[in-house]
Design a protein around this ligand. Structure first.
Ligand SMILES: [Zn+2]
Length: 304
């Protein structure tokens, strides 16, 4: 029987969210987020005032990667995050990891749930429950207000950066062109070029942002359209090359659609091209939504 999210919540009187479980465990605010198709799939956070002890904590986590069975970790001012290695028993693993980390933190004198991680001072029962990066923990009201104002200021600075649409579009076209080239090559090798449509959509959006364009609905749509265009052009080019001997493009097209196995493969290639360009664009849209969420969006006052 799997040890589920609900089991972990019950055992430690934690709160269950849609994809997460959080609360105080072994004296520390913890948060376990699990999304089967997420990246990372599972993220375990332990909140503590790290302050000057960051190096020590990083050293411990680096040295304990094997023992904790974690793939990755990060340490920030108000705590640490670890990604457990792939496992089916996510919540049993999380319980084990948190137990070990909390024991280390307690032994080394890291502040627990009764101390505000923003200022390192005791809460003395006067804290409020608030979130940062959607992770709930107790803080001083004034400290939270200060942190929120700081996050808003940084978000505003980021929002004020120019959106270099023209350069971004150039990057997007280059990425889509690369996808088109992949279509042509794979069509020449395997007689099937659809894969390039996905490559084009993803690479196009990647370069769009690398070239200074911002994550916007326009960017997603532009890159989707560009990659689709180049993929279809590549497919048409492949058909033309196949039928070149027969004469012009019209002859090539009519022989390609004359029926039989070749036509079926071509129709499948066309359908897959549309599907993969759409899939890549859907993936880009999801990244865009994630990136547009600001730091302040993840900071909410829950209660207190
Ligand atoms: Zn404080």
């Amino acid at each position: 029987m799997n040890f589920k999210k609900r089991d972990l919540a019950r055992r430690y009187a934690l709160t269950e969210g849609r994809h997460c479980v959080y609360g105080v465990m072994h004296g520390y605010y913890i948060h376990v987020r699990y999304t089967p198709v997420g990246n990372p799939r599972c993220l375990v956070t332990v909140v503590t005032d790290v302050s000057e002890k960051q190096k020590k904590l990083e050293k411990y986590l680096e040295a304990s990667k094997q023992k904790l069975n974690i793939a990755n970790f990060g340490v920030v001012k108000i705590g640490l995050m670890v990604c457990p290695k792939f496992t089916r028993e996510v919540f049993a693993r999380a319980e084990d990891i948190i137990g070990k980390i909390a024991a280390f933190l307690a032994k080394e004198g890291f502040a627990g749930a009764d101390v505000c991680p923003y200022c390192g001072q005791p809460l003395e029962g006067k804290g409020i429950l608030a979130t940062e990066s959607d992770i709930p923990f107790a803080v001083h009201e004034a400290c939270f207000a200060r942190a929120l104002a700081g996050a808003r200021r940084k978000d505003a600075e980021k929002a004020a950066l120019p959106d270099k649409k023209a350069l971004g579009a150039l990057g997007g076209v280059l990425g889509a062109l690369f996808g088109g080239a992949v279509c042509v090559l794979t069509y020449a090798w395997w007689g099937f070029g659809a894969l390039g449509a996905a490559v084009g959509a993803l690479f196009s959006y990647y370069l769009y942002r690398k070239f200074g364009g911002k994550s916007t609905a326009f960017a997603v749509a532009f890159c989707g359209a560009a990659s689709l265009l180049f993929s279809l052009a590549a497919l048409a080019f492949g058909v033309y090359m196949d039928g070149r001997a027969a004469g012009g493009f019209a002859q090539a097209l009519s022989s390609a659609f004359a029926g039989g196995k070749g036509t079926a493969v071509l129709c499948a290639d066309l359908a897959c091209t549309l599907l993969l360009a759409g899939g890549g664009t859907a993936y880009n849209a999801a990244s865009c939504r994630r990136e547009r969420r600001t730091a302040a969006d993840g900071m909410r006052r829950l209660e207190g």
